[in-house]
Design a binder for this molecule. Structure first.
Ligand SMILES: CSC[C@@H](O)[C@@H](O)C(=O)COP(=O)(O)O
Ligand SMILES: [Zn+2]
Length: 211
């Protein structure tokens, strides 16, 4: 599958903008987090995406921040850059959902609620208006956000993604690690990520209130 230079540049520019935006909120502490945007045609067994390179400070912009990889997480162009250590999780989410963008961040609130609800294996959210950001319009909607174990081996986590995904919920939390949020494009993935983080803070604070 050949990716036009123009498509690649558009994807990198989109990632650069969202990276700066999320960095300004402090959502990439200590080089954590990774971002990707899909490029070109999609078939579940063959697709390409632009992803952040591994281990870099995501709060600074450099010419070496992104690279293109295929559905196996292998670079599609000659490069010295290493794709994110968590590229296989992005691949699996793209394969299963056909999403257009996936954003991963570590925050205190997503870590806290992942531990608070670990035994339940999902984070319940009940009747909060911002659930509508997921295009769920039921009055007093109740949702559950899935939590997966944070194994050291990324392929072990990727293997659990298929069974964990709840079709109307565009996100998965890794225990005491962070969230993957996705959407049809970068605009939607960002809206979903912001909604998740709002809901996590709400859930955590209401837990304290009700203690
Ligand atoms: C530096 S701790 C965070 C990493 O272990 C990882 O979870 C992460 O989100 C960033 O990894 P990266 O390989 O830079 O994409
Ligand atoms: Zn991470």
């Amino acid at each position: 599958m050949s990716i036009l230079l123009e498509e690649k540049q558009r994807a990198f520019a989109e990632l650069r903008e969202i990276k700066a935006n999320l960095a300004a909120r402090g959502w990439f502490p200590a080089t954590s987090g990774n971002l990707s945007v899909r490029v070109g045609d999609f078939e579940p067994e063959q697709f390409t995406f632009a992803i952040t390179s591994s281990g870099r400070d995501k709060s600074v912009q450099t010419p070496e921040d992104f690279l293109l990889v295929n559905e196996k997480g292998v670079a599609t162009e000659a490069t010295n850059l290493k794709p994110s250590a968590e590229t296989l999780i992005h691949s699996e989410i793209y394969r299963l959902t056909g999403a257009g963008a996936i954003f991963h961040v570590h925050t205190i609130f997503n870590n806290l609620v992942s531990e608070l609800y670990w035994e339940r294996k999902s984070i319940p959210v009940d009747g909060v208006e911002l659930i509508k950001a997921f295009n769920i319009w039921d009055e007093e909607a109740q949702i559950e956000i899935p939590i997966l174990p944070n194994y050291a081996e990324i392929p072990r986590i990727a293997a659990l993604v298929e069974d964990a995904i709840i079709p109307r919920i565009p996100g998965i939390v890794l225990r005491k690690h962070g969230i993957y949020a996705w959407g049809a494009n970068a605009f939607e993935a960002k809206r979903h990520l912001e909604a998740f983080e709002f809901l996590f803070e709400y859930v955590y604070r209401s837990h304290l209130l009700n203690k």
